[in-house]
Write a protein that binds this ligand. Structure first.
Ligand code: G6P
Length: 655
């Protein structure tokens, strides 16, 4: 009857759903664009139904709102998701940057002489884990390899950790000298040098190049156009690069500064060091020449360079200037004096700075490391990190570590040596001694640090105290002439000769107990003497290590023979089953010689077995391996620093 204008067609009275008139109705009503709600209420007056009120409530807004709500929810989630992703990316970027910055700081920390960043709180767990992992890996590796170092294991380390890169050695003395034989042809001589004894087997295992002074008469007849020759002769495992030195250079650098200055400075053997400005100038010049040669031999920009001994105190720094990314291992084969004594050297700062160009500086003993650190403390402006045993100077760190040197095990000279009974018989025959003669040996360069005079005096004292040994005991001293151009060595030669003559005249009956063999002996010959002897007496007054003592033990695979050893050698720390003596104390030394001659075979065997077990373990491959593993760790750190863009790393010549 009456309808609002917006009432839809479907809700017109005529189209209402069937229902009972007078009764209310609530029902949904389908419209074109959605649902409506229909309510019919009767209108009555005193019981009579007058009509119906129809209310049509448009419900389509419900659908619209639902759609809107779901879209809004979706949008809201999308926005939240986006915001969360952006926040995550930003947070990740920020923490990566601060993480790498912190890592860089850790890597650079020791070189900047700032606080100990490695202990930064956020890194402590990571570093602890890494250390743990490293030590577990090391333990596993040691277990796997049976823990014994050998040429193969050293080679393996080089290939695995150093990508088989060859090594460059700089050492004054060459491992093979070409002299001219009696027929005028070049013949190879093995020099009497502890350094060569130790390092040569390492180079055979590692390959690379050994840069040395070419001092042999025929040295330059066998080299190529770059002054190089493959050695060992007939095997050719590595290159020997020979440097020609003028007479003036050799006199100033080798005889003068190195052997009249530094050698007596570092040994407590009562020979006065002589330092001359002209020698020093040659020392600088020759160190520069070696640095040039090392740079020429380098095939990569970060080679491993082993700088050997007191001839090259300036070389680590000079090599660093030319090859900033090189890993330089310097090894000082002789003792390092106390800081007070070291101060005698007029160029004390320059030498220390030169050595601190190295990444690692090695000595035989912790005591020598300590003396070096003391010298640095006294003469340089540098930071000493006692805990790490390192020196930080000019933003670079040098680790100062003890690496006790040793010999190859098993010795290659043992393989070709005749059986002990043959050696005993041959040597006695050659020396014109009776078959059953008791024999002691000494093997040295004729050097005033070796205590040769004290040794002969101890033999004399022995014969005075034990007359029953006269005519039964002889002492053969193999003495290789050495540095004979130096007056102190000439004087020593004369003194030793006179002393031997005096002792030999003392006992009458044509009995001459001292057999002084003043000549160069090749290793097979020396091994024959070791094997022929009843005892070997090493009486150095001061010696960084002394490898004669270790070689004697290596030669005695029959487990016989007694080693009498000066307590002033580095070796005395390791070879505790030797009879250790003070060579100045002639009473004690002669008592030890007597004890050696009277020792039962069972005790000799027990001592020798124990010494040999020690040397089998602590051989020269271990010496080199430990240094190279330390170097490897430094290289990895430098390479990582470089990758992280941590700036200078090795580029600034960092360790
Ligand atoms: C010592 C030095 C070595 C040297 C050897 C022989 O052992 O530490 O560097 O090679 O003596 O001396 P020489 O002067 O003949 O090389």
């Amino acid at each position: 009857v009456a309808a609002t204008p917006t009432l839809p067609e479907q809700a017109a009275c005529a189209r209402l759903p069937p229902h009972v008139r007078g009764e209310p109705l609530d029902a949904p009503l389908a419209l074109e664009d959605g649902l409506a709600h229909l309510s019919i209420a009767p209108i009555a007056d005193r019981g009579e139904v007058l009509g119906e009120l129809v209310l049509v409530h448009d419900m389509s807004f419900l659908d619209r709102r639902a759609t809107l709500a779901s879209r809004a929810t979706f949008l809201a989630f999308a926005l939240v998701g986006l915001a969360a992703s952006v926040a995550t990316v930003l947070a990740a970027r920020f923490s990566w940057r601060s993480w790498t910055a912190e890592l860089r700081r850790i890597l650079a920390a020791p070189f900047r002489a700032t606080g100990d960043v490695a202990t930064t709180r956020s890194f402590r767990p990571v570093l602890a884990d890494v250390r743990d992992l490293v030590s577990r890996l090391a333990a596993e590796e040691a277990a796997e390899s049976g823990a014994r170092w050998s040429a193969e294991r050293l080679r393996h380390v080089l290939q695995r950790d150093l990508q088989g890169e060859g090594i460059i050695v700089a050492a004054n003395r060459e491992p093979y000298i070409h002299e001219r034989g009696p027929d005028g042809q070049p013949r190879v001589v093995h020099p009497a040098s502890g350094l060569v004894t130790a390092l040569e087997p390492v180079m055979r295992a590692c390959s690379g190049t050994w840069v040395a002074h070419g001092g042999g008469a025929a040295d330059f007849e066998v080299v190529d156009e770059r002054d190089r020759v493959r050695v060992p002769p007939g095997d050719g495992a590595y290159w020997l690069r020979r440097l020609r030195l003028t007479e003036e250079e050799e006199r100033g650098y080798y005889y003068g500064f190195a052997n009249e200055g530094l050698w007596p400075l570092c040994h407590v053997a009562h020979t006065r060091p002589e330092f001359r400005a002209a020698d020093h100038a040659q020392y600088q010049a020759v160190n520069r020449r070696f640095a040039e040669a090392v740079a020429q031999e380098a095939e990569v920009e970060d080679p491993i360079v082993l700088v050997q001994d007191y001839h090259f105190a300036l070389l680590p720094k000079l090599v660093r200037e030319r090859l900033p990314r090189a890993t330089i291992l310097a090894f000082w084969h002789i003792p390092w004096p106390s800081a007070e004594r070291y101060g005698i050297c007029p160029w004390e700062r320059e030498l220390l700075e030169g050595l601190l160009g190295a990444s690692i500086l090695g000595f035989h003993t912790q005591a020598h490391c300590n003396s070096f650190l003391e010298s640095v403390d006294r003469f340089l402006e540098a930071r000493l990190d006692r805990e790490r045993s390192s020196v930080v100077m000019g933003g670079r760190e040098t680790l100062v570590r003890p690496y006790p040197i040793s010999i190859e095990w098993p010795s290659r000279w043992l393989a070709g040596a005749p059986p002990v009974p043959d050696c005993r018989a041959e040597v006695r025959r050659e020396l014109g001694l009776p078959k059953g003669a008791l024999l002691g040996v000494g093997v040295d360069r004729l050097d005033y640090t070796k205590g040769v005079e004290e040794r002969l005096l101890a033999v004399e004292r022995l014969l005075q105290r034990a007359p029953s040994l006269r005519g039964r005991f002889w002492f053969a001293q193999l003495a290789a002439p050495s540095r004979i151009a130096i007056p102190a060595y000439q004087a020593l030669n004369e003194r030793v000769e006179q002393l031997a003559a005096r002792i030999n005249q003392q006992f009458g009956d044509g009995y001459r107990p001292i057999v002084l063999l003043r000549a160069h002996h090749e290793p097979p010959d020396i091994f024959r003497f070791y094997r022929a002897a009843d005892l070997c007496y090493v009486s150095s007054l001061h010696d960084g290590m002394n490898l004669v003592a270790k070689e004697f033990v290596a030669a005695r695979d029959d487990l016989r023979g007694v080693l009498v050893l000066s307590r002033f050698t580095g070796a005395a720390r390791d070879l505790t089953e030797a009879l250790v003596v003070n060579p100045y104390d002639l009473e004690a030394a002669s008592t030890a010689l007597l004890a050696a001659l009277e020792m039962t075979p069972a005790e000799q065997e027990e001592r020798m077995r124990s010494l040999r077990a020690f040397l089998a373990e602590f051989n020269v491959y271990r010496w080199a391996g430990r240094m190279l593993l330390d170097a490897t760790r430094l290289r990895r750190r430098d390479r990582l620093a470089l990758k992280l863009g941590g700036g200078p790393a090795a580029g600034e010549g960092r360790a």
